[in-house]
Design a protein. Structure first.
Length: 138
């Protein structure tokens, strides 16, 4: 069910876990998924999370740059590790995003990345997680 003031609504279905298909309803994207620990073809939650965060964060950085009349190139690379819990019960994702704004002093780039982190809907979703970090790189 779509929220009344939603700017975009999607419905994604997975019936197979990590061995099969995940798809967007109404004829949208369909992706084969597989376990990150198998050699079977397909993507996995780690890759999808990395794609989601890198796309959202970089789009937000670019919007901030554009709003300031700047044309610097930016890149966001996200590393996602699938890690067993130390207790031996379960797993977690360790996520580090590396954001770079070319030809800009590090301190200025860092301020923009921090602003983008506060505005990007995906980073807001992950906010407060002890296993997610966003770093500015020179």
């Amino acid at each position: 069910m779509q929220i009344e003031n939603s700017l975009f609504h999607t419905e994604v279905v997975n019936q197979d876990g990590v061995d099969g298909k995940v798809y967007v309803k109404n004829g949208g994207l369909s992706v084969t998924v597989s376990s990150p620990t198998s050699k079977d073809p397909g993507t996995n939650p780690e890759e999808l999370l990395g794609m989601s965060l890198s796309t959202c964060l970089n789009a937000t950085i670019k919007a901030i740059l554009k709003g300031r009349g700047l044309e610097n190139e930016s890149t966001v690379e996200v590393h996602v590790d699938f890690v067993p819990e130390p207790s031996g019960s379960g797993y977690f994702f360790e996520v580090v995003a590396y954001a770079q704004i070319k030809e800009m002093p590090f301190e200025n780039a860092q301020r923009i990345v921090q602003q983008a982190e506060k505005r990007c809907p995906v980073s807001k979703l992950l906010q407060g997680s002890s296993t997610v970090e966003i770093k500015t790189i020179a």
